[in-house]
Write a protein that binds this ligand. Structure first.
Ligand SMILES: NC(=O)c1ccc[n+]([C@@H]2O[C@H](COP(=O)([O-])OP(=O)(O)OC[C@H]3O[C@@H](n4cnc5c(N)ncnc54)[C@H](O)[C@@H]3O)[C@@H](O)[C@H]2O)c1
Length: 336
């Protein structure tokens, strides 16, 4: 032990030998907390309680005839309840981002969809109508390219000011490009990284600043991909895969920096999802429709709806002790 200490770096030896060195080390790494002064974590939102059960549920419960199970809205798993929370979702004009938005709305959140499309998909309007008429909440749309950082900041600040809070963010805005590494241009590679990595960081940064300003903590879930952990067999997307690996690592670092503010940062890594984007690919490469399902343990491709629970789980208090982590939902694709 003594000889080990002799060869250890000076700072480590000092830290090991004298307890007086501990505050110095904290100072050096700007740690604000220790075991006597721990961070408070995700602060409970004061005055927030589950909403009244929907009318049909109240009747069903009273009569004891129907099952009447409205998860998170009464005493059943209330930690999933997002009532009174404001959540932003990038890339939510369609696809996975829109599906996440609908799930958040069902859990009670007020949702702002941020997307570069001038006009969101027709399905967006169905969800918006449903939010207003059935779910007692609202879905808003803001057109923004995540690469336009000044405007992105302006939009996020104005949402935060008008709502008086900022509780969550799901980043689903992303692009994909199939080009071999030998042919990839610098311009295309930069664009991929700018949207998928820098755009994710800039959205998270703007939201985190507002979360810190309101002092209520918050939760950020970034859509990464199983492609951030493996090279997809036969799918030639070197920069996309690198960008998703970047998102995975970015989340760990943001979690480390923002944990003291009660902000949690995690990722979701989906496997192949049959979204409009993938359906288009199947027209060009019909063999993939049959090949891809053989590459995971469940022998099928996933539907966007199979990720609904993941976003709600990560944004809600149900995951209050989870940060810097990845939820891999890929049918076992990367497990063998
Ligand atoms: N579909 C899959 O198989 C799959 C698998 C793993 C991960 N993902 C990831 O899930 C996310 C959503 O993918 P999807 O399949 O729903 O694709 P999609 O193309 O249907 O949706 C992506 C959305 O992001 C928006 N967007 C793109 N660039 C933007 C920018 N610069 N600024 C603002 N918005 C922008 C698009 O307009 C679109 O509405 C992406 O991050 C994707 O990488 C998809």
């Amino acid at each position: 032990m003594t000889s080990l200490l002799r060869t250890a770096p000076r700072a480590l030896r000092t830290a090991t030998l004298t307890s007086r060195a501990i505050p110095l080390i904290h100072q050096q790494f700007r740690l604000k907390h220790d075991h006597l002064n721990p961070p408070e974590g995700n602060p409970a939102v004061t005055g927030r309680s589950p909403p009244e059960p929907p009318r049909e549920e109240a009747i069903a419960l009273k009569n004891n005839t129907l099952s009447g199970s409205y998860l998170g809205t009464t005493r059943r798993l209330p930690e999933f309840n997002l009532n009174d929370k404001v959540v932003l979702v990038t890339g939510a004009a369609r696809g996975l981002g829109l599906v996440q938005s609908e799930a958040l709305l069902e859990a009670g959140a007020t949702v702002y969809a941020l997307d570069r499309l001038e006009e969101p998909s027709a399905d967006f309007y169905r969800v918006q109508k449903r939010a207003a008429e059935e779910l007692g909440t609202t879905l808003h749309y803001r057109q923004i390219d995540v690469r336009d950082v000044p405007q992105l900041n302006e939009i996020i600040q104005s949402i935060s000011e008008s709502q008086g809070k900022m509780d969550g963010l799901i980043t689903a805005a992303g692009i994909q490009q199939e080009t071999s590494a030998l042919d990839y241009s610098q311009k295309d590679a930069n664009m991929m990284l700018e949207v998928n990595v820098t755009g994710t960081l800039m959205a998270a940064q703007a939201v985190a600043k507002e979360m810190i300003r309101h002092g209520r903590g918050g939760s950020i879930a970034m859509i990464a991909s199983m492609s951030g952990s493996v090279a997809n067999k036969g799918l030639i997307c070197p920069v996309y895969n690198a960008s998703k690996a970047g998102v995975l690592q970015l989340a760990r670092n943001l979690a480390m920096e923002w944990g003291i503010h009660g902000i949690r940062v995690n990722t979701i890594s989906p496997g192949y999802i049959v979204t409009a984007m993938v359906e288009e690919l199947f027209i060009k490469y019909p063999e993939r429709r049959h090949d891809w399902p053989t590459q995971n343990m469940l022998g099928k491709l996933s539907q966007p709806g199979e990720y609904r629970g993941a976003g709600v789980f990560l944004i809600s208090d149900a995951s209050s002790f989870m940060t810097g982590s990845d939820l891999k939902i890929d049918g076992g694709h990367t497990a063998w």
